[in-house]
Ligand binder design. Structure first.
Ligand SMILES: CC(C)(COP(=O)(O)OP(=O)(O)OC[C@H]1O[C@@H](n2cnc3c(N)ncnc32)[C@H](O)[C@@H]1OP(=O)(O)O)[C@@H](O)C(=O)NCCC(=O)NCCS
Length: 150
């Protein structure tokens, strides 16, 4: 596969919505995705199959002063466990360093073993939890990564 990581824009709206449905069970509405894609304080990256012109994975995050809050990461179920999640995270960390970000944080369901394994493999540490954080009342783990320590 010939892959490229790009900053996603409004032209990728439908592809983001499709991937969200497939991998995140429809996390955000169309207008929420539109905002992710146009707000300059948000970083939305995608991994693209250049031959098929297909969006295989994405991650979205918010810039808050010198911190980055990752709000979503998703890889097409057909392409999971091929290193794409790691590729996206590595690129996001590289971009964060060049933007002088000191801390990256995120929340994840405490039952989401795949995502927890991904974040742990990227050097993220659990610093706390939020009880009944999600709509279905499941709990969240809070992960952080300090960039000046890596
Ligand atoms: C979480 C997710 C993004 C990982 O993406 P991925 O491309 O499949 O992950 P990678 O292939 O890059 O794997 C990176 C590491 O994560 C861990 N991992 C990923 N999938 C795993 C699985 N099924 N079981 C155990 N560990 C897993 C491993 O440590 C893996 O490293 P390794 O293959 O060298 O052992 C993907 O599973 C996904 O889209 N899940 C649904 C959406 C979701 O839950 N997003 C997170 C919450 S917002």
């Amino acid at each position: 596969m010939n892959l490229s990581i790009i900053q996603l824009g409004k032209m990728h709206l439908n592809a983001c919505i499709d991937l969200d449905k497939k991998s995140l069970k429809g996390l955000w509405t169309k207008s929420q995705w539109e905002r992710e894609l146009i707000d300059p304080k948000r970083i939305c990256l995608g991994v693209i199959d250049l031959e098929k012109k297909e969006l295989l994975g994405l991650t979205s995050s918010w810039l808050i002063m010198d911190e980055l809050h990752i709000t979503s990461i998703a890889v097409d179920p057909k392409h999971q466990r091929k290193g794409l999640g790691k590729l996206l995270m590595k690129d996001l960390i590289k971009r964060s360093k060049s933007l002088q970000i000191n801390l990256i944080h995120l929340e994840v369901k405490d039952t989401n073993k795949k995502a927890i394994a991904l974040y742990t493999s990227m050097g993220f540490k659990v610093i706390g939890n939020r009880s009944k954080f999600y709509k279905d009342e499941s709990n969240a783990l809070i992960f952080t990564k300090e960039l000046n320590k890596s």
